[in-house]
Design a protein around this ligand. Sequence first.
Ligand code: G3H
Length: 246
Amino acid sequence: MRRKFAAGNWKMNGLAADLAELEKMVAAKPAPSVDTAICGPATLVHRMAALGWPVGGEDCHAVASGAHTGDISAEMLADAGASYVITGHSERRADHGETDADVNAKTRAAWRAGLTAILCIGETEAEYRAGDTLDVLHRQMAGSMPEGCTGENTVLAYEPVWAIGTGLTPTRDEIGAVHNALRDALIERFGTETGLAIRILYGGSVKAANAAEIFGVADVDGALVGGASLKADDFLPIVAALEAAD
Ligand SMILES: O=C[C@H](O)COP(=O)(O)O
C-alpha cells in the first residue's frame, strides 16, 4: 500500500522571513496519514529541517565532495537535515542542460547519502501537441531511473513542462492515462512488487481548487507542488485534499 505524498518545491524562493510559513504548516500538524515534505533552497534547508517538517533539497551534485564551486552534494543536504532531494526537475534540465544520464547519476548520489530522490520527468508543450508524451516519458524513465529503484529510495514525479506555473493542467483522463502507463512501465522494468511500491506524483499547477479532482485519479499518489507550496494557507488545503482522497 503506497502512502500518499504531498511535496512542495519552493524553487528559487524563500528568505529567512519565509520560514514563518513553514512554522505555520508545522503548527497545523496536518494529515498524519500522508507524507509531506518541502524541498527548499539550499540556504534554508538546515533551518527548515530544524522546524521539524520533512525537508528536501532541490538538486544535488553527483559526487560527494570536491572542486565544484557553488554545487551542493547529497551528503551536504543529508547533513543539513534533508530526507529528500529533487532530481531531474525540468527547470534544471532546461536551465542547466541536465541530461537523463546526469539525472541518473544524481539519483544514485541521493541514495548514497540516504536520501529519497523525487525524480522528475515530463514532456514539453511541443511534445504534448505532437502526441509524443508517452515516448518522451519512457525515454526519460529509461535514462534517468537507475537500476535499484525501490519504493523507499525513489518517488517518480510526472510534471508536464507546459503545466508548470502556467495554470494549465492536463485533463483528468490525460493524467490517468499517463500515470497508468508509468505504472505499467515501472512494473515492467522493476518487477511487480517494486513497480507497485514506487509512488507517482503529479506536478504542474496543483492548487487547492483542483487538488481533489487530481487526487481522485487512479495511480496519482500525491503531488509535487510549486507555487502553491510557498504559503501555508495554500499548501495545507492541498495536503487535506490528499488525505481525503480515496
Ligand atoms: O516542482 C514543482 C512543479 O514545477 C510545479 O510547479 P507549479 O505548482 O508552480 O506549477
